[in-house]
Unconditional design. Structure first.
Ligand code: MGD
Ligand code: MGD
Ligand code: SF4
Ligand code: MO
Length: 732
């Protein structure tokens, strides 16, 4: 008997509404749910593999312990909790709370209770060593928002945007910013049909650029000069929104002076685009209502904060924010109502606070404590050394730049605990691997999709949407798997630590301590009780959302952006002194070395539809085209190097080398090697198996190169590399 159940996919943050066929307790088929008004039946190839993920032979169904020979053996969950608790308690007494760190990544958001419990556990320990994958993603966004100030109302509704500028982001494929979170490909088609104009700045003609009115196929790493040149044109020609700027914005004169040297002709040359196109892009963007959004490409270039600051400045001087009386189609649903007011929340410091790391003086910032410094914190002996790490929903050994350094550090830990569904690169190094439930086995609600709206301008749903799902299948027979929050609960109880969590805030930032609820450490609460606490201040009660099992839109047609409050004096700042000083430095700086003969190509990032970071590489349905991460290069570059599709090459940067398999790609500009990250296994292990597993581009990166001085994020893109054919014996 097959029963069809609505739920939503948590393979990625997009949260597509799906229908799951369940046969005798097993999920057998997943497809998009046409009844859902936001996703309209969309479900990508990854979502369709959820049944395979559930029953995959390599899925961990028991807690595993690492044996002296490096292998892992199943052990009872409680035995592991007892041992981990004892070892953490010892570390706490002997070396203090700072010796215990946590790294949380992608899947820490799959279950809404995971991060609140993970953070509460760290707080109860007294350790501030909580590192998240956001710091190796786009942490500059948060710091830039702090330095610029925030407009307390969103950009114009997606349906009203006449222009969209996408810089180094490919939302049609990644479900990231610039297009609505739900079914972005469809949203793009609809918008093009309405006459919305798309401008794309990207070295690749991406899936999102195919329909663009203007595509600047720039050299990588030139986004700061490009934005400065656009701002220069806009301010010089007076195309900016002068009334808005007068009312709400400081620093425009300083900005204008700072961008004045960025003449389109000069920038066109360094970015290798037509000067006319820079001018056209500036005029097109300033002349219409819309929003500019950026992704990983430009944020990985070592100046993410400055880049995002200029991006905000561009949106701001063009007045691309909603005004009093405008509708607010997405005020959040399961998050608390966030007042939309046509006024500026003034700038804040945004960086350089909290406990400093012992290495390179890196302090906390609004983007989080820098994960790429974690390895050095583990390796540097002395007081405050990190000796234990708990990994939750992330893959530190694969995702953090400089894989060789990270693996060396992880191997040196006294205790590494990883919560993981499989023996990932990190799990294979862990003393204990805690086996979690997969999303289909857990309650879910789309709170994080609400909070995404505040990640950056142009992110999140177009119209308020929410969905709740109960668990729809049980774990496979004989499994002993837990929800991540239960592991933290059990650990805290065993260590005698209290835990408290509070209602979620609209942005995901910590809320009012007074509202926190002490968790009963005698009798464990249900997950549902936790979802109630988290949604206590929700705009739409969870009960109401539950009445729509296929998910639903929850707009409030009466809601309008409120006028500025009487006496409000907050203003946005586009003339931050440090930012403008950095801008001058960026003018003379060329990423070192320039077009060196040693390393004539640039390694740039991209993503593919059939994987999600290190996830999905083991699922048969996602391996049909490529089981590895190809090294995409322009056909002319391949010809010049005497290479053909499928050839094995060595790709070497100044600091490391990997093997790759080349693939012609004429959507790229010349001179690039474009690759997806986080494939392969551990250093050394995978090279013989390259066609089966791919390779890790993180080995070509350093943690201390071109570091963004606000967030500590190193350069992760536009890395000079050389490519040469190699022949190694492939396994039969
Ligand atoms: N060179 C290079 N490096 C990069 C990037 C790049 O473009 N280039 N991108 C960066 C970016 S943007 C990011 S966000 C980071 C990503 O960094 P991470 O979040 O650390 O990486 P993931 O590969 O997503 O790790 C997910 C882990 O969770 C496990 N997992 C899968 N499903 C579940 C589940 O249901 N529950 C639990 N508990 N675990 C699960 C997976 O097996 C895997 O080990 O990588 C960054 N690193
Ligand atoms: N299918 C799938 N979806 C994903 C992911 C995945 O792994 N697979 N990962 C998720 C994660 S963790 C994140 S953070 C988001 C990221 O979402 P996006 O930011 O959309 O990620 P990418 O597709 O890597 O897009 C980066 C783009 O930047 C371009 N680029 C490279 N260098 C430069 C440069 O110097 N300047 C400019 N202007 N462009 C440049 C690349 O060609 C590429 O098109 O995607 C998420 N969604
Ligand atoms: S885009 Fe694909 S992976 Fe992401 S939620 Fe939708 S179906 Fe799942
Ligand atoms: Mo990311």
């Amino acid at each position: 008997m097959i029963e069809t159940v609505p739920s939503y996919c948590r393979f990625c943050h997009s949260g597509c509404a799906v229908l799951v066929d369940v046969e005798d307790g097993r999920p057998v088929r997943v497809r998009g749910d046409r009844e859902n008004p936001a996703y309209r039946g969309f479900c990508c190839i990854k979502g369709r593999q959820l049944p395979d993920q559930w029953g995959h032979p390599d899925r961990l169904l028991q807690t595993h312990k690492r044996m002296p020979d490096g292998s892992h053996r199943p052990v009872p969950y409680q035995e592991a909790v007892d041992d981990i608790a004892e070892r953490l308690s010892d570390l706490l007494v002997t070396h203090g709370p700072r010796s215990i760190a946590m790294y949380s990544g992608t899947y820490s958001i799959a279950n809404p209770a995971t991060m609140p419990f993970a953070a509460a556990f760290m707080e109860s320990l007294g350790s501030s060593m909580l590192f998240t994958s956001n710091t190796i993603d786009q942490p500059g966004k948060a710091v830039a928002q702090a330095l610029h100030g925030t407009w307390m109302a969103p950009p114009p509704p997606f349906a009203d945007r006449d222009v969209v500028l996408l810089i180094g982001t490919n939302p049609v494929l990644t479900m990231a910013g610039g297009l609505p979170l739900a079914n972005p490909g469809r949203a793009l088609t609809d918008a093009v049909g309405r006459g919305t104009r798309f401008i794309v700045i990207d070295p690749r003609r991406t899936e999102s650029a195919l329909r663009a009115d203007l595509h600047l196929q720039c050299r990588p790493g030139e986004d700061v000069p490009l934005l400065a040149a656009m701002l220069n044109v806009i301010l010089r020609e007076g195309l900016h929104d002068q009334a808005f700027v007068r009312e709400h914005v400081d620093g425009v004169e300083a900005l204008q002076a700072a961008v004045a040297p960025f003449a389109p002709a000069e920038v066109a040359q360094r970015a290798d685009v037509a000067a006319d196109d820079i001018v056209r892009a500036a005029r097109m963007f300033a002349g219409a209502r819309g929003v500019a959004t950026a992704g990983t490409g430009p944020n990985f270039n070592g100046r993410g904060t400055l880049f995002e600051y200029l991006l905000l400045a561009l949106n701001t001087v063009c007045g691309q924010w909603s005004r009093a009386g405008d509708p607010v189609p997405n005020p959040g649903t399961l998050s608390p109502p966030f007042p939309s007011i046509a006024q500026a929340s003034p700038p804040r410091q945004g960086y350089g606070y909290g406990e400093s790391l012992r290495v390179r003086g890196i302090a906390n910032c609004d983007g989080g404590l820098q994960a790429s410094a974690l390895a050095e914190e583990i390796l540097l002996e002395g007081e405050g050394q990190v000796r234990a790490l708990i990994g939750v929903g992330g893959n530190a050994a694969s995702a953090i730049p400089d894989q060789v350094l990270n693996v060396r550090a992880l191997e040196q830990l006294d205790l590494l605990v990883q919560i993981d569904i499989k023996l990932s690169a990190t799990a294979s190094l862990a003393d204990y691997v805690i086996a979690p439930k997969v999303p289909l086995e857990m309650h879910g609600m789309t709170l994080v999709q609400d909070q995404l709206t505040f990640y950056g301008a142009g992110f999140g749903h177009a119209v308020a949407h929410a969905q709740y799902t109960p668990p729809i299948v049980e774990p496979p027979a004989g499994a002993e798997v837990v929800e991540e929050w239960i592991f933290f609960y059990d650990l805290a109880r065993r260590m005698g630590l209290p835990l408290s969590i509070g209602p979620a805030t609209a942005t995901g930032a910590p809320g009012d301590p007074a509202e926190r609820v002490e968790i009963d450490m005698e009798s464990r609460p249900s997950t549902e009780a936790l979802l109630e606490i988290l949604t206590k201040s929700a705009r739409v009660p969870l009960e109401e959302v539950k009445r729509h099992p296929h998910g639903a839109l929850f707009p409030d047609a009466t809601l309008r952006v409120a006028p500025r409050e009487p006496g409000w004096t907050g203003r946005l700042d586009v003339g931050n002194e440090e930012m403008l000083a950095d801008l001058q430095a960026a003018r003379s700086a060329r990423p070192s070395p320039d077009t060196s003969v040693d390393h004539p190509y640039r390694l740039v990032c991209r993503r593919m539809i059939h994987t999600f970071n290190s996830n999905g590489q083991d699922l048969a349905g996602l391996r049909t085209r490529w089981a590895y991460n190809p090294a995409f290069m322009h056909p002319e570059d391949l010809a010049r190097e005497g290479l053909a599709k499928g050839d094995l090459v060595e790709i070497a940067s100044k600091s490391g080398a990997i093997l790759g398999i080349v693939e012609p790609d004429d959507t790229l500009r010349r001179g690039l090697v474009s690759m997806v990250h986080s494939f392969g296994g551990l250093p050394g292990e995978q090279d013989k198996q390259i066609r089966d597993r791919g390779t890790n581009t993180g080995r070509l990166l350093r943690v201390d190169e071109d570091v963004d001085r606000y967030t500590g994020q190193p350069r992760m893109n536009n890395v000079p590399v050389r490519v040469r054919a190699v022949e190694v014996a492939e396994p039969a």
